[in-house]
Structures are given as structure tokens and as C-alpha cells.
Design a protein around this ligand. Structure first.
Ligand code: ZN
Ligand code: ZN
Length: 273
């Protein structure tokens, strides 16, 4: 997630400065650090740190006891907000003002900032310094922090940024198939009545989740058992194998979707089963 944010902000910086080059690899000649340093900009990850630290200081200033207790007593689980905050506080010890405090716990930081209200300004000043905006400080391995990723595998430490990568990993590493296959039996979407040419196309339509179809199907519940879905997929194997031999992708569309006849299913409200 953090890398996506970094890419989006750097894209805007480059656009504004006329430093966005095509083909893409030309951009590497003018690296992100150079652009940030030469124009006194703020590194995207420092923006996130500053926002988190400012919120922390504000909670202390306003004496939000509920929030402060939550921060004080939350276990530092990797990927949590409190864990990221503890990393930010350690990072801020790069500045001279906080250098002697590098061993403080989050709880001790709360007490320290409470009696030293100048900390808030010192943090802001530090975040604006050139030192705080060099990407080398983000960490040698950007994969260190679980919060950098949008999806985490529940069975192993694998993390990634897209649902597609996660589904692929779950299937390849753990043999888990996307459960959405149990919710669709034919090539016509029962919710919006769009008819597709192949099963792969309709599954893609439902999986993307940009229409209400996925949620509606989840509310309706599965229409097939695992065995039935396996049988259906088995019967399509030859078809997909032939496509593969022709060098065509599984989700290839030979014809556009068409509306099927029939009354649309009334929209349901309620929890997903
Ligand atoms: Zn896994
Ligand atoms: Zn649909």
C-alpha cells in the first residue's frame, strides 16, 4: 500500500516538475531522491509518518484518555497502527532533539511528550529536513513492514498488493480455489442478466466486484457443492487446454456479452452468508 502511495505522489511530483519521462526506465536516471532533494519536497512515506505522529501528539495534547490507553496497552503486532507508530518514534530519533530517546517505549513517549509540548513542532521540523526525506531511511528491505501491503496470506507470511496476486498465491501454494466459483452455475449472471461466452468471463465479471453482482450472489448463497464445481471445471478442461495451445488467454472474449431474457432477480438486502 505504501509503495502505491509512493508511486502516486512521485508521479504527481514528476508531472508538476516536467520530469516524467517515457519510456519509463528513463525515469531511473532522475531518481526519486534527487527530485525530492533538489526541490525540497517531502518524501511520500514521510508524509504518512508526519500524519501519524501529528495525530499521536494531538491525542496527547487533547488528553484523549481512551485513545492514549489504547495506544499504551495495545500489543505491538506487526502491521498494526501502534506498531507503525513505534517505528515512527524510533525513526524520529534520527533528529538531534530526540537522539537520546531512542530506547523509549511508546508509553514512555506519551509521558515525555505530555511534559514537553515543544515535541510537536520539533517533529514537524524534523519531517521537513532533508535528512528525513531520503528514501534510504525507509529501511533496507521495504517488505519489512506488513502495513505496506494490502493483502496478507492467513496461512504463510506472503503479502501482496492485489487480490489477483493473492488468489494466485492461495491456489499455487495452498491449493485453495476462489470460493466465488460455487456461486455461479451458468454463463448468465443471475443478478444483472448479462450473458457471457465462457465461464471464465462470467467469473471475472463477478469477481471484480465493481457491480453489485458479487455481493448479491454472496447473499443468495452458493448454488453448487465443491464436487459439482470440480466436475464442471473438469468438463471445461479440454476447451481451455485448446485455447492454451492456440496461444490464447483463458479470459479471451470471442463475442461481447448480451442480455439474457427473463426477469431480473430482485435485489436483496442483508448480511453476506
Ligand atoms: Zn500463503
Ligand atoms: Zn452481474
Amino acid at each position: 500500500m505504501k509503495r502505491r502511495f509512493h508511486g502516486a505522489v512521485m508521479g504527481m511530483y514528476r508531472d508538476a516538475l516536467g520530469e516524467f519521462h517515457s519510456p519509463k526506465h528513463v525515469n531511473q536516471i532522475f531518481c526519486d531522491d534527487d527530485i525530492i532533494y533538489d526541490n525540497s519536497l517531502i518524501l511520500p512515506s514521510t508524509m504518512i509518518r508526519l500524519a501519524r505522529l501529528s495525530l499521536f501528539c494531538r491525542a496527547i495534547k487533547k488528553q484523549c484518555s481512551v485513545v492514549l490507553d489504547l495506544i499504551r496497552y495495545s500489543p505491538l503486532v506487526e502491521g498494526s497502527w501502534c506498531y507503525a507508530l513505534s517505528q515512527d518514534l524510533k525513526w524520529s530519533c534520527m533528529s538531534d532533539k530526540f537522539a537520546p530517546r531512542s530506547e523509549l517505549s511508546v508509553s514512555q513517549w506519551i509521558d515525555f511528550i505530555e511534559i514537553n509540548p515543544w515535541c510537536n513542532n520539533a517533529i514537524k521540523k524534523h519531517c521537513a529536513s532533508p535528512w528525513a526525506n531520503v528514501s534510504g531511511h525507509v529501511g533496507k528491505d521495504p517488505k519489512d513492514n506488513a502495513a505496506d501491503y494490502a493483502f496478507a496470506c492467513t496461512r504463510c507470511p506472503y503479502r501482496c498488493d492485489t487480490q489477483q496476486h493473492m488468489s494466485l498465491h492461495e491456489f499455487k501454494s495452498h491449493g485453495i480455489k476462489d470460493p466465488i466459483r460455487l456461486y455461479v452455475r451458468t454463463n448468465v449472471c443471475p443478478v444483472c442478466l448479462k450473458g457471457f461466452t465462457t465461464r471464465e468471463r462470467i467469473l471475472e465479471h463477478v469477481r471484480r466486484g465493481r457491480t453489485p453482482c458479487k455481493r448479491q450472489l454472496m447473499i443468495m448463497g452458493p448454488v453448487m457443492s465443491e464436487n459439482q464445481a470440480d466436475e464442471l471445471e473438469q468438463s471445461l478442461r479440454v476447451f481451455y487446454r485448446d485455447l492454451h495451445h492456440k496461444g490464447q488467454r483463458r479470459h479471451r472474449a470471442d463475442a461481447p456479452w448480451v442480455y439474457a431474457c427473463g426477469p431480473p432477480t430482485p435485489r436483496l438486502a442483508g448480511p453476506v452468508l
